[in-house]
Design a protein around this ligand. Sequence first.
Ligand SMILES: NC(=O)c1ccc[n+]([C@@H]2O[C@H](COP(=O)([O-])OP(=O)(O)OC[C@H]3O[C@@H](n4cnc5c(N)ncnc54)[C@H](O)[C@@H]3O)[C@@H](O)[C@H]2O)c1
Ligand SMILES: Cc1c(CN(C)C(=O)CCc2cnc3c(c2)CCC(=O)N3)oc2ccccc12
Length: 266
Amino acid sequence: MTGLMAGKRGLIMGVANDHSIAWGIAKVLHRHGAELAFTYQGDALGRRVTPLAASVGSDIVLPCDVEDIASVNALFTALDARFPEGLDFVVHAIGFSDKGQLKGRYVDVTTRENFSRTMTISCFSFTEIAQRAAKRMPRGGSLLTLTYGGSTRIMPNYNVMGVAKAALEASVRYLAGDLGPDGIRVNALSAGPMRTLAGAGIADARLMFNHQKAHAPLRRTVTQEEVGGSAMYLLSDLSGGVTGEIHFVDSGYNIISMPRPDVLQA
Ligand SMILES: NC(=O)c1ccc[n+]([C@@H]2O[C@H](COP(=O)([O-])OP(=O)(O)OC[C@H]3O[C@@H](n4cnc5c(N)ncnc54)[C@H](O)[C@@H]3O)[C@@H](O)[C@H]2O)c1
Ligand SMILES: Cc1c(CN(C)C(=O)CCc2cnc3c(c2)CCC(=O)N3)oc2ccccc12
């Protein structure tokens, strides 16, 4: 099998259904020759992920709930049996917070318990996966996580998730610094809003998508394919000189300040 990802083996974490960003990435990687393993959270999602994995030639579908360190350790033990020659890449597309705290003012709605839980799932889990994956990358490799512009600019209602993404982006830089000497690159894709399970079930979602279409330089939201293509760039040798980077795939939205007046009247 020829292709940019031929001969490369990797782990995809965060597929919930065929709208997931992780699934968009998996489809592109498979098309270019990668061999994939998948994790899922909970039996219900396992029943959805198994047929999706099969459709890209994979029968490696393993449970992993990143709140449970035993399941993280069991994952890598199981992976050692299936990929004895090690990994070339890992995609971490996992994030979660109490939905009730993703609406209203951050200062009013945020609790100590959910803050800690959100940081564990949406930020620390990438570090925990990196610790274990790095030990299984004898040829070097590439680690990729998913972040959002709400890490550095106020996005109404994104709240504690924005704080977690800011911490995630800082951890990308520290991991890149530590793992660079071993030839392991660590980057993040900052995707624009997408209608996934996590992206659709939020307050004022329609308003947010319409705002993107009105003001983003490309005047539209990004597609699963586009995020998949940019992910493949960062997971492949094309980005061999890139590490510690936050790469925007957001129709250019991150570069604007005030929309053009003519658009405002539109
Ligand atoms: N949808 C967007 O607008 C958007 C934009 C930028 C970044 N992101 C990020 O992309 C990533 C993927 O989200 P998505 O939009 O594809 O939505 P999604 O709901 O399809 O994926 C989120 C995944 O996180 C997993 N997850 C949550 N808690 C977990 C836990 N404790 N253990 C293991 N897995 C757990 C879920 O099972 C699910 O598969 C997330 O990090 C999200 O923050 C999403
Ligand atoms: C964009 C955008 C997103 C998508 N995005 C970038 C995300 O990172 C998803 C964040 C998220 C984390 N946890 C949960 C949910 C979404 C909804 C369902 C649930 O129970 N928990 O989420 C928002 C929340 C508020 C405002 C904008 C957004």
